[in-house]
Design a protein around this ligand. Structure first.
Ligand code: 3NM
Length: 207
């Protein structure tokens, strides 16, 4: 698996009137090295079309591309991987379908993180660190304490997520995160590229 530092997830509700591909290209130009398509509202055909467009974009820039939830669309668009939630397909079933593509799993407690690692996840999401309105029906914030716990106990790559902004990311880095994911702070920014560059400067300093 190609490693990554700054992970951007799509969130079209945060950039009305701005084109998805343009916004994600700005994020890539700002240094994002992995992109996830997360679309909870579109039809399957719409999600597939977006996946194909993002696959072309990410290929052009040599950036990893992940599809949330839709394992079939991840395969059909030749994404680099799929991201699953706790309630989704089991890791063993997903692995049978995707082969050596990446599988990421959202975790909200150390037991889930340990299980995902034992079952062969390629990376885990760790969150929501702070309150977020982007993901509905998510658990209460896990705080930076969970980030610290994971950084001490988990060996596979993990990415901190949930309510992460430029003004609070230093705390997350101080707790041991070396990979950061944001939705609203990145794609809702009036200058997506500069926001990504600012996140990366903070990640660099935190090393
Ligand atoms: N997953 P924002 S939190 C997609 O904790 C997602 O698993 C989470 O959006 C998790 O950066 C989240 O706008 C939303 O808060 C993150």
């Amino acid at each position: 698996m190609k490693d990554f530092r700054l992970y951007a997830i799509t969130g079209e509700q945060f950039h009305p009137g701005r084109d998805l591909i343009d916004v994600m290209e700005q994020a890539i130009l700002g240094g994002v090295d992995i992109i996830q398509l997360r679309d909870k509202t579109g039809s399957r055909d719409e999600v597939l079309a977006k996946a194909q467009a993002l696959r072309a974009l990410t290929r052009k820039h040599n950036v990893a591309f992940i599809v949330n939830d839709y394992i079939d669309i991840a395969m059909e668009s030749d994404a680099d991987g799929v991201h699953l939630g706790q309630g989704d397909l089991s890791l063993a079933e997903a692995r049978k379908i995707v082969g050596d593509k990446m599988i990421g799993i959202s975790t909200h407690a150390i037991e889930e993180a340990l299980l995902a690692e034992a079952q062969g996840a390629d990376y885990i999401g760790v969150g929501p660190v702070f309150p977020t309105k982007t993901k509905v029906d998510v658990v209460d914030p896990v705080t930076v304490n969970y980030v610290r716990q994971v950084s001490e106990q988990i060996r596979i790559p993990f990415v901190a997520i949930g309510g992460i902004k430029l003004h609070n990311v230093d705390e997350v880095i101080a707790a041991g995160a070396t990979r950061i994911c944001a939705v609203s702070e990145i794609v809702g920014s009036s200058n997506v590229k500069e926001t990504c560059e600012a996140f990366l400067r903070k990640l660099e300093r935190g090393k």
